[in-house]
Each structure stands twice: as structure tokens, then as C-alpha cells.
Design a protein around this ligand. Structure first.
Ligand code: SF4
Length: 238
């Protein structure tokens, strides 16, 4: 037998996956754009080019997420589009409640309850809150597919966290998100990116990182300086 790893076909398939992706629209605000890093929303609204450092790996990450979503969407009510206050929302699926799906290689071991899940997957729960508000319902599920479970041993694990909200809580959250749109559009008008960022992990695969190089240097320097300062004062133990 003779065999080899065929890099040419690998590349061809990745390119075809890229070509089959959803085109990014600059015209319409969406739920995912109003809950993510404000700087990212700013660069998107400005029409900056999406240039990830490693586009092939990013494409494979999207593909993996999309494939798992496809398999996990077991209820027939899925991928529905909603519009409220001119914002587009797209929930994953609905069983008894709207379900937001997330797949991750993070360990499930520390995610012991719905509060910890909220802290860990805040963006996803915020997204869910938007869909609930748009839908006029108050309970929803976050479904997390831990691809490697707790790594002891590696085996997939599914966890569902059900959240209930007060209608007023959802309205306050929605109004806050709408106010972020105004804020970002104003920033675009004056040509100054927001000075705050989202969750630090959002930067890892962000295609606008080249726009934020100087900003991120300052942020991370600041984090280290703050930490050392707290350490000197005995407020943290390293
Ligand atoms: S690199 Fe980070 S701070 Fe900059 S837009 Fe992307 S997620 Fe936001």
C-alpha cells in the first residue's frame, strides 16, 4: 500500500466550506451583534475587513460548531427568525422553551449549576434573554454540549440549564442592548472605537484583532499592573 496526506484536497475542502458560509450583512443589527464585544460591533458597523489570523482553523471551528448544532437540533421548531425593534434574532430551537445551543471543549467539571453556567457562558444567556423578550416568553434553556465532558475520562456530556426571568428583567436587558446600538452608532459617527471590550476570550478568534492591537496591549498591561498592585497590598495571593 502507498498513501499520503493530501494537503491539496484538504485546502480545497476548507475553501469550499468558507465559500458556503453565511455572508456577513452590515445593514442589519442582530442579537449576536448586540451581545458581543462592543468594539467588535463597532468594527463590523464600520465595515472593517474580517481578517482572522488563522482563517483555515477558524473555518474548521465554525464547521465543527455548525455540525454539532445541526445534529443537536432535534426538535422540529428550529432556526426561526424573529425581528423586534429592527433587530434580527435567530433562535436555535424550541422544545417546551426556546433553547440556545452551545458546544465547547471546556471541561464540564466546574459548571455545577445554572449560576456558574451563567457566569461562564454569559454571552449565550444574554442571547437567550433577547430571544425570550422577542418571543414574549420568560423561560428558556441553555443547552451545553461538553465535547470532552470533564476529561476524566474524555467523554461527551450534555447539560441543560433552565432559566426563568421576570418580564421586567427581560425588558430592562433588551432596552440596555438597544441603548448599546445607539452608543455604537454614535461611536461610528465620531470615528472612535468604544473603550471597553467584551469577554477576553472573544478576542481569541476575532477577525478584527488587527484593529485592536494597541488597545489590547494597554488592556493586558493594565490587567497585569492591577493584579500586581493588588498582590502588593495583600488583596490577592498568587
Ligand atoms: S479583538 Fe477583542 S477587543 Fe477587538 S474587536 Fe475583537 S473581541 Fe473586541
Amino acid at each position: 500500500m502507498k498513501g499520503y496526506e493530501n494537503k491539496i484536497v484538504e485546502k480545497e475542502i476548507i475553501e469550499m466550506l468558507k465559500a458556503s458560509g453565511t455572508p456577513r450583512s452590515r445593514r442589519r443589527w442582530s442579537v449576536s451583534m448586540i451581545v458581543c464585544c462592543p468594539r467588535r460591533a463597532y468594527w463590523w458597523k464600520r465595515g472593517a475587513l474580517w481578517k482572522p489570523d488563522d482563517p483555515d482553523t477558524l473555518q474548521l471551528l465554525f464547521t465543527r460548531g455548525k455540525a454539532h448544532h445541526g445534529i443537536l437540533e432535534v426538535y422540529s421548531d428550529k432556526e426561526k427568525t424573529m425581528i423586534k425593534d429592527e433587530v434580527l434574532g435567530h433562535y436555535d430551537m424550541r422544545g417546551e422553551r426556546i433553547i440556545e445551543i452551545y458546544t465547547t471543549v471546556l471541561s464540564s467539571s466546574g459548571i455545577i449549576d445554572a449560576n456558574v453556567a451563567y457566569e461562564k457562558f454569559k454571552i449565550k444567556v444574554n442571547q437567550l434573554m433577547c430571544y425570550l423578550y422577542m418571543d414574549g416568553t420568560t423561560e428558556g434553556d441553555l443547552m451545553v454540549f461538553f465535547l470532552m465532558g470533564d476529561y476524566k475520562p474524555m467523554k461527551p456530556q450534555l447539560k441543560i440549564f433552565t432559566y426563568s426571568f421576570d418580564p421586567q428583567e427581560l425588558k430592562v436587558h433588551w432596552d440596555y442592548r438597544l441603548s448599546r446600538i445607539e452608543y455604537i452608532e454614535e461611536r461610528v459617527r465620531i470615528g472612535e472605537p468604544p473603550e471597553e471590550m467584551g469577554e477576553p476570550y472573544e478576542c481569541i478568534n476575532c477577525g478584527y484583532r488587527y484593529c485592536c492591537v494597541e488597545f489590547l496591549k494597554l488592556q493586558y498591561n493594565k490587567l497585569v499592573v492591577d493584579l500586581l498592585d493588588a498582590y502588593k497590598k495583600g488583596e490577592v495571593i498568587l
